[in-house]
Design a protein around this ligand. Structure first.
Ligand code: ZN
Length: 260
């Protein structure tokens, strides 16, 4: 039996800035949010891997576009997602509190409902880390396409309570753009400033800034820091009105980012 210490997680790049995470144990693997089959199939071929499981966080095309082709090549691959209406090939329909053991890998995940970006977005949390799709990004969070600011706030708070050393595997490389906004919101945050130079160095070498960790996000991500006086004050100043508490601040921060 393999254990999670023998698990390797690798980003497969897709489109402009998507990461399709490949979770691998020996010659078997799972992928998360395969928006495009081509780079996944190339990676599997290159490393002679068998695809046994597919995890889907939400229904957007850049997260599910490769499903059909991957199922053609690997018909036994088991598909986990939140809903069958908007996602094809789903074997296991999941929601908050579900615990899954992958079919092909010795890995367990707990499922969280994290509405906000879409109304039925889910996240997968296990010993390897958190796969959070377009909900939590490094130094940012997903846009509100279907959910309310209040829902997204609740979703992020849920993720923020995970162990500090949890690795955070986001679905996009948005870090530098997010950091530009974060620096505008919280110019006095030293850890943020340090991380900006670190992230720039990483991107100059064309390396991924991910995975992040919950600890890092708690210290630099303004969307997890709406309880900080500087964030509250800067957001209120930008919004030009008095804000009542964290949720209110979060909503105003999210709309600021939408126009940034
Ligand atoms: Zn999306």
């Amino acid at each position: 039996m393999m254990n999670s210490s023998m698990t390797e997680v690798t980003p497969i790049r897709a489109f402009e800035d998507n990461y399709i995470w490949c979770i691998r144990q020996g010659k078997r693997c799972a992928v998360v949010d395969p928006g495009d089959a081509k780079p996944v199939l190339a990676f599997l071929q290159q490393h002679q891997l068998t695809l046994t499981d597919i995890l889907i966080t939400h229904h957007h095309d850049d997260h599910i576009g490769g499903l059909s082709s991957l199922k053609d090549k690997f018909p036994d691959a088991v598909v986990y997602a939140a809903n069958r209406e908007r996602i094809s090939h789903v074997d296991h329909c999941l929601s908050e509190g579900d615990k899954i053991t992958l079919d092909g890998l010795s890995l367990q995940f707990e499922v969280f409902d994290v509405p906000g970006h879409t109304r039925d977005h889910i996240a997968f949390f296990g010993s390897v880390g958190l796969f959070c799709g377009d909900t939590l990004f490094s130094a940012g969070c997903g846009r509100l396409f279907e959910g309310s600011a209040e829902q997204m706030f609740g979703s992020l708070q849920k993720l923020a309570k995970l162990p500090a050393n949890t690795k955070v595997y986001c679905a996009h490389e948005y870090t530098l753009a997010n950091l530009r906004f974060a620096s505008e919101v919280e110019p006095g945050n030293h850890q943020l400033r340090d991380y900006v130079s670190q992230a720039k160095q990483i991107r100059i070498k064309d390396q991924p800034t991910l995975p992040s960790t919950i600890a890092r996000e708690l210290s630099i991500n303004p969307f997890l820091r709406c309880d900080q006086p500087e964030v509250l004050q800067r957001v209120a100043q930008h919004a030009g009105k008095v804000l009542h508490g964290e949720k209110d601040t979060f909503a105003a921060l999210r709309s600021w980012k939408d126009q940034f």
